[in-house]
Design a protein around this ligand. Structure first.
Ligand code: SAM
Ligand code: SF4
Length: 331
């Protein structure tokens, strides 16, 4: 039994894990991937068993919420078997998935039955051509059908995620809010983050701040600050007179690091301590060198957390500073 907690050097308790189950995707969103992506060879990706082992170690150290992401998590074969195991862990307050929605029409009921409580579904535009331009796939109808299937399946809560770009979809902010309101969904608007190198656009020209998005919404709807805090870069507002919360995810214009409660594990098994830094610990190497040694894995996690950076520097430094601290394989 572990009684250790995951604490970083700044006293932040880590209770939230984002676990990526694949780097692959059936879409090629312009701000996320190039059209000709090269994905990691399958042997480099954590097996479902290894994913469960990682999650189990974090749960043993006090993690209460797990979000499954990717890539597109629903393209991972047999993901349901992992979700079913995690769904049975009573220590978890929340099990959630972030998805592009393309396969929800088929999978939503099974995800719900496996114990997934909340879904985040990405949707940047309600116009077919724009949707296709964002995702490089003409799949708007499929995603809209997925959203309806998710609503029917009975999740605790569904939230839409929209990346907003000036001149591309900033004029759809109100339409998206109303789409969410009409269906009893929440919606978050995301500022594009400078992650990875992309070729399709100059990010400075399309950058749209959360403050601008909020002003657009407030031209038609009253928003009141919600008490909901997630320990992440989101701030929530309630649309007065509705069931809908509107979130703003703004790594650029607001410093959210002070109450950061989360870490990420990539599909290749790298523990990433902060999105704005390149620090990573190779959990896959460790697990493959010492199969079944859960004690060693937990100790590595506790030690790694001592190196979680205090904050990111997106706003001061366009070229995010890269600090490498460890290339630990096998402990
Ligand atoms: N494939 C799933 C999806 O699209 O929801 C899950 C993974 S995706 C990387 C998670 C979220 O990150 C999506 O809402 C996506 O729009 C957003 N995203 C991707 N690249 C981004 C970027 N450069 N800046 C801001 N958000 C981004
Ligand atoms: Fe990236 Fe998600 Fe778009 Fe796939 S659907 S390209 S993972 S943002």
């Amino acid at each position: 039994m572990h009684h250790a907690q995951l604490l970083d050097p700044f006293g932040r308790r880590i209770t939230y894990l984002r676990l990526s189950v694949t780097d692959r995707c059936d879409f090629r969103c312009t701000y996320c991937m190039s059209e000709d992506m090269v994905f990691a060879p399958r042997a480099q990706i954590l097996s479902l068993e290894e994913l469960y082992t990682v999650a189990d170690a974090f749960i043993g150290l006090g993690v209460k919420r797990i979000r499954i992401t990717g890539g597109e998590p629903l393209v991972r074969k047999n993901l349901l078997s992992l979700l079913t195991r995690l769904g049975q862990r009573s220590e978890l307050d929340d099990l959630a998935i972030t998805t592009n929605g393309s396969q929800l029409a088929e999978l939503a009921p099974q995800l719900c039955a496996a114990g997934v409580k909340r879904l985040n579904i990405s949707l940047n535009s309600l116009k077919r051509e724009r949707f296709a331009a964002f995702t490089r796939r003409d799949k708007l109808d499929q995603v809209l059908a997925g959203i309806e299937a998710a609503r029917a399946a009975g999740f605790v809560r569904i939230k839409l995620n929209a990346v907003v770009q000036k001149g591309r979809n900033d004029d759809e902010v109100l339409d998206l809010v109303e789409f969410a309101m009409a269906r009893g969904l929440d919606i978050s608007f995301i500022e594009e983050m400078p992650l990875g190198s992309i070729s399709s656009h100059q990010r400075e020209q399309t950058f749209c701040s959360s403050d601008e998005v909020r002003e657009r919404i407030e031209q038609r709807y009253a928003l009141v600050r919600s008490s909901k805090l997630t320990g992440g870069p989101s701030r929530y507002w309630q649309v007065v007179g509705s069931d809908t919360q509107v979130g703003f995810i703004s790594p650029h214009s607001h410093n959210f690091c002070g109450d950061c409660n989360r870490v990420r594990v990539t599909a290749e098994g790298k523990l990433v301590l902060c999105l704005g830094h390149d620090n990573a610990l190779d959990l896959k190497g460790l697990m493959r060198a010492h199969p079944g040694d859960s004690q060693r894995l937990s100790e590595a996690l506790i030690q790694a957390l001592r190196l979680k950076p205090e904050r990111h520097h997106f706003e001061t430094d366009a070229q995010v500073q890269v600090i490498r601290f460890m290339s630990m394989t096998g402990g």
